[in-house]
Design a binder for this molecule. Structure first.
Ligand SMILES: Nc1ncnc2c1ncn2[C@@H]1O[C@H](COP(=O)(O)OP(=O)(O)OP(=O)(O)O)[C@@H](O)[C@H]1O
Length: 581
């Protein structure tokens, strides 16, 4: 397949399927917006009513592209693939098959994340056709009442997803996900087999209330297109051009839908970077991007990097061997630095280098991202203290304390809607309105006391909750659990709270995808993370994640690591300043 090299300012032919492959900061999004402008100007097929569909991966990317399109945005439907399918396929046509799937279309109102609750699991198991066959140690009560089993069950059901089997979509679950690391246990195979015989029964509990999860949108979208070819005709007539950004994160079902569209009339273009494919846990299939080929497709690549300084591009080029980027800004910039020592010292060093400028820290996981938030800024304890709390404390008290902690944590990230929702779960009031009002008051109170309790023993937080929020919470006077509450701080336990961090200055790498920042501090938790610099191999997703992190930096790049051995240091000296902090 011949590949033509272009720059992010070059136009291409608009009436041919295309694929653009390009590295980070190459201007893919910039090019895409220009390409859409060319279609709007040059197309003979668009007319006054037809539109360009522009699909990207996240809502943040949708906003970015919509803003950049400016006045022409009304001729372009910019959305995530889920948003596109929901609006153009499910809303008009889901009623065709709703009865068969027990879906109440009258109540359908958007699509949400899938969160597994004990209530839904209970409903599902109680009406499960194999309920009578559940045996010790995984009977109905043992599954639903023993905390370790319940956690395993939740994690297992959270993994429900759809797979493409030939030309049909099927529901599936990942049995490996039942293993509960904190309890070193899981649910046995026989129980999983019995329960997975009716995964659709679980889904129907949501569907009968008109509730859709994001994945369901693809499931129903594909089912409708496969059964009713006229829907494809309608879509092709309405959208003669279909462009998809971040295509490396597309899933096989999405690819199948896009190929159906491209079979006639609609010109399809995909843009992506296989080295930035980091969502395989959500079903992304980088191989689909690498192998994507439509009849008559033209292939392009962009080899510039318009984002980063020369010395940062050198680091990127060292990690990646399939393309060699040339830095368009042509600014040498500061030498990237590896900061060896504690994360706190590393951060302090970065501050001295960047002055008043904003520093963004990027971490692989939520716990680390949380530990870098200035509110917590603490060392990570060796054991998961939240799991310890659930293990040691009573099953009545622990959830109340943890919900209050979660509300505070969300409040600290300015996620007030979610924080109030969390707080509402511990408030008892005669009406929804009063519950909400009380939840708001409780949250405001806890946040106002934050400085006082964050580094104090968790017992102080418990006392606040008992005095001001829920006097009915059981007394905590003595014994092992009191010792636990006295020996850990709020901040230490809060590190393990399981909300995805959305703090703008301390993010997970996944949450920073597509963004760019002047000063980036990448925090490595384990020495082996250095392998992406010492022995680069981007066929490994974990290394790609670090590559994405490095490539967010425009001006200054720092990497924090606790230890670095001599051999590694020697290898890294050509690219980095190595500084003990
Ligand atoms: N032709 C151009 N002229 C001026 N600036 C450009 C041009 N192309 C891209 N840029 C700038 O370069 C930076 C990177 O561009 P963009 O975000 O489009 O890259 P990308 O390839 O989508 O990045 P990534 O895949 O790493 O998220 C942005 O700041 C953008 O404004």
């Amino acid at each position: 397949m011949p590949v033509t090299t272009i720059s992010s300012d070059d136009p291409i032919q608009i009436e041919q399927h295309f694929k653009v492959t390009a590295g980070p900061g190459s201007g893919k999004t910039h090019w895409l917006v220009n390409h859409i402008d060319h279609i709007l100007k040059d197309s003979k097929r668009l007319g006054s009513y037809r539109k360009i569909a522009c699909i990207t991966y996240t809502n943040i990317a949708v906003d970015t592209i919509t803003k950049r399109l400016n006045a022409t945005a009304d001729r372009v439907e910019v959305s995530t693939i889920h948003g596109f399918i929901y609006r153009n396929i499910l809303k008009p046509y889901l009623s065709f098959i709703s009865k068969e799937f027990g879906f109440d279309v009258g109540k359908m109102d958007g699509h949400d994340d899938h969160f597994v609750s004990r209530g839904k699991l209970k409903e599902w198991i109680d009406s499960h056709p194999n309920l009578g066959q559940l045996r010790h140690p995984f009977t109905r009560d043992q599954l639903l009442k023993l905390p370790a089993n319940l956690e395993s069950l939740k994690s297992w059901i959270q993994s429900i997803h759809y797979t493409l089997n030939g030309t049909d979509v099927e529901i599936a679950v990942d049995n490996k996900k039942s293993f509960n690391a904190t309890a070193s246990s899981g649910i046995n195979r026989v129980t999983m087999d019995k329960l997975s015989a009716d995964l659709m029964g679980y889904k129907r509990l949501f569907w009968e209330k008109g509730r859709l999860h994001h994945d369901d949108v693809l499931f129903f979208g594909y089912k409708l297109l496969a059964r009713y070819p006229f829907i494809l005709k309608v879509l092709r007539a309405k959208f003669p051009y279909f462009v998809i950004d971040e295509f490396q994160d597309t899933s096989p079902i999405q690819t199948a839908i896009i190929k159906l569209l491209a079979a006639e009339q609609t010109v399809v273009g995909v843009i992506g970077d296989k080295a930035q494919s980091i969502f395989s846990f959500q079903g992304a299939s980088p191989a689909d991007f690498a192998g994507f080929a439509l009849p008559g497709q033209s292939n392009y690549e962009i080899n510039d990097n318009r984002r980063s300084t020369n010395l940062i591009v050198d680091v990127l080029n060292n990690v990646r061997t399939d393309i060699r980027q040339s830095p368009s800004r042509a600014i040498p910039g500061d030498r990237p630095a590896i900061l060896v020592g504690s994360r706190q010292n590393a951060f302090a060093h970065v501050k001295t280098q960047c002055g008043d400028e904003t520093i963004i820290t990027l971490s692989r996981d939520n716990v680390m991202a949380r530990s870098m938030m200035k509110e917590y800024n603490s060392a990570i304890p060796s054991s998961n203290l939240l799991a310890d709390l659930f293990d040691k404390d009573s099953s009545k008290r622990a959830p109340i304390i943890v919900r209050c902690m979660k509300a505070v944590d969300l409040g600290l990230q300015n996620r007030f809607k979610e924080a109030i929702r969390e707080m509402e779960r511990v408030v008892i009031a005669p009406s929804r309105a009063l519950r909400r009002k009380k939840a708001f008051q409780n949250l405001s109170y806890l946040l106002s006391q934050y400085e006082a309790f964050t580094n104090a023993p968790l017992y102080d937080f418990y006392t606040l909750v008992k005095t001001h929020i829920d006097p009915g919470i059981t007394k905590l006077a003595s014994g092992g659990i009191k010792i636990f509450y006295d020996s850990v701080t709020f901040a230490q336990v809060a590190l393990f709270i399981d909300t995805n961090v959305e703090n703008p200055e301390s993010r997970t790498i996944h949450a920073a995808k597509g963004d760019e920042f002047d000063n980036v501090l990448v925090v490595f938790a384990k020495d082996r993370e250095m392998s992406c610099l010492i022995a680069p191999d981007l066929s490994q997703e974990e290394q790609r994640v670090r590559y994405v992190a490095f490539s967010r930096a425009k001006s200054r790049l720092f990497i924090s690591i606790e230890n670095l051995d001599h051999a590694a240091m020697q290898k890294l000296i050509p690219l980095f300043d190595i500084i003990n902090v």
